[in-house]
Design a protein around this ligand. Structure first.
Ligand SMILES: [Zn+2]
Length: 90
């Protein structure tokens, strides 16, 4: 919904995001934090409002908002290590 309207009306798109967040909060629903920017509220559209980069040196995926340039780092090394630890036990 917020993604579809983004090309036509950016402000309305942001309003949809804030509404969705309010509803989710009221009903205690987890709203995927990866679908919009927490800082400026813009909806994430890969290639348009979102840049996703893999930083292999940090073992993390970096989500960068192209509207306000806020970055969010999602490490993936933990999952890998957990799997390795399991394998080692066997
Ligand atoms: Zn942003």
């Amino acid at each position: 919904m917020a993604i579809g309207i983004y090309g036509e009306d950016e402000a309305l798109s942001k309003r949809y995001v804030s509404l969705a967040r309010k509803i989710a909060m009221r009903h205690r629903l987890p709203l995927g934090s990866k679908s919009f920017c927490k800082k400026c509220g813009v909806v994430f559209i890969p290639g348009k409002t979102l840049r996703v980069r893999v930083a292999s040196s940090k073992k993390a995926v970096i989500y960068e908002c192209l509207a306000c340039h806020a970055g969010k780092i999602y490490p993936y090394a933990k999952e890998k290590n957990a799997k390795r630890a399991k394998r080692g036990k066997k």
